[in-house]
Design a protein around this ligand. Sequence first.
Ligand SMILES: Cc1cc2nc3c(=O)[nH]c(=O)nc-3n(C[C@H](O)[C@H](O)[C@H](O)COP(=O)(O)OP(=O)(O)OC[C@H]3O[C@@H](n4cnc5c(N)ncnc54)[C@H](O)[C@@H]3O)c2cc1C
Ligand SMILES: NC(=O)c1ccc[n+]([C@@H]2O[C@H](COP(=O)([O-])OP(=O)(O)OC[C@H]3O[C@@H](n4cnc5c(N)ncnc54)[C@H](O)[C@@H]3O)[C@@H](O)[C@H]2O)c1
Length: 471
Amino acid sequence: MAAQQERTCDVAVIGAGTAGIIAEKRARAAGAETLLIDATFSGTTCADVGCMPSKLLIAAADVAFGVSEAECFGITATSRIDGAAVMQRLRRHRDRFVQGVRSGFSRLPEGTCLRGRARFTGPDTLELDDGTRIRARAIVIATGSEPAVPKPFRALGARVLTNRNLFDLPDLPESVGVIGAGAVGIELAQALARLGVRVEVFDAGRTLAGLPEGVSAELCRILSREFAIHQETEPRAEPDGEGLRLIREGGSARFDRLLVAAGRPPQLDALDLEKAGLDLDDKGIPRFDPQTLQCGEQPIFIAGDANHERPLLHEAADEGAIAGENAARFPDLAKLKRPVPMAITFCRPDAAVIGTLPTEDNGLVTGCADYARQGRARVMGRAQGICEIYADRDGGRLRGAALCAPHGEHLAHELAWAISCGLSASEMLDLPFYHPTLEEGLKPALRQICELAATSQGQRAGGDILPGDQC
Ligand SMILES: Cc1cc2nc3c(=O)[nH]c(=O)nc-3n(C[C@H](O)[C@H](O)[C@H](O)COP(=O)(O)OP(=O)(O)OC[C@H]3O[C@@H](n4cnc5c(N)ncnc54)[C@H](O)[C@@H]3O)c2cc1C
Ligand SMILES: NC(=O)c1ccc[n+]([C@@H]2O[C@H](COP(=O)([O-])OP(=O)(O)OC[C@H]3O[C@@H](n4cnc5c(N)ncnc54)[C@H](O)[C@@H]3O)[C@@H](O)[C@H]2O)c1
């Protein structure tokens, strides 16, 4: 990856995260000569500081929580959480995921990888911080996003944690204040709390993890048994010895560390986008076509968190593929068939938002399932949560869902797949539902939709009485 002074290529990809790696691969497969540029080649946000380490922390928290709940099954168990060992296991696995990505870089054709921070000097030219100049027929922007640290917290220095440094802590802190109740804040707050850290969450908004109000209120009620959640508040912070104090109307609390999970704006500032002649929106993001990923009429494409459309891993991968292919075949552009939107937050119970939510004028009806009485959930000692399913009043075709329910990640997929297939509630009721499963718990919501839409409840209408339904 030696620095060079002048390079030309068909397609230059800025950013070697998930979107960029896939964009480069697809462009090369389409016959383009490619360059993959990255400031660090750290091995993707997902593997290094995002999806994978956060799920490793949650996996440890699940084990600790299982032990703490064992007594209700008649099992006596005690746990001692060794925070240093928890973090060591996390890093051991995280580092393997990262190593897997990095070894992929070394298998790319010689000279493809260029290390450096890129910025535009014209619509088809880039310059790296070491002075290397690049001319490309087409350019893919795949620069990802970065955690926002609101100004009032910046003076706290090393007391501030984000997803960038949390997973490198040698041990678990005793107490953490969390700013932000989005997916990052909620997942990490609960995992830390279950691992014995004293946690409180503070959010400026009224809802958790992007959920609609009713489901958010239910999730908040459930999570509040484990840690405090303060909504509609923007606390200020001041240093307090080695730790900090969060101050808001009605009180203050001291914490060892502050985890800031206050959103992830795209990383575009350093790119000098104005030199590329792109039309930018009020947040400085290039206007682009979500199907082709093209920015305006230029041979420039934007994929993954950088475009802020759907900042999720599977979307970054899809977008990278189409952006890379279109960059190679410009101006003959392919269109991405966008999947049904689906966002899962891996708290317990899992939370998810899928497809279209009801508004005052989109004619959707809501069926609701309650997991507090559901048979399998009770068997598992996990009987809590709800699932709302949204469907057309006319015909009962499924359009969306929101849930917080045990093993909700799987329910979310099943609902997203049913919506993708264009099923109605009565058609979904005609599919096989094994007993006793959490999937059965969706039936009351589907039946309610059939009633509201005045459609048949499917061939097996009234044919099953499930344990849990009636007690
Ligand atoms: C804590 C956490 C947990 C998450 N969990 C999940 C999850 O469970 N499921 C899920 O679907 N999503 C999850 N996400 C979101 C997911 O990780 C992202 O959507 C995804 O990784 C974005 O990939 P990307 O390719 O767009 O960006 P990245 O992987 O961030 O890649 C961007 C790259 O661009 C490089 N770069 C930036 N600017 C420049 C420049 N000027 N010049 C050169 N290089 C540059 C950076 O060095 C970086 O390597 C999580 C995110 C976080 C933070
Ligand atoms: N399981 C997953 O798929 C997963 C997990 C983590 C992250 N992600 C992705 O990462 C993205 C970013 O996640 P995130 O949680 O950082 O951002 P987010 O935008 O979803 O949530 C940020 C929250 O911080 C609050 N906030 C902002 N400034 C504040 C302040 N000063 N005081 C109090 N509250 C404040 C906002 O009200 C908001 O609720 C998500 O949208 C998601 O796409 C996905």
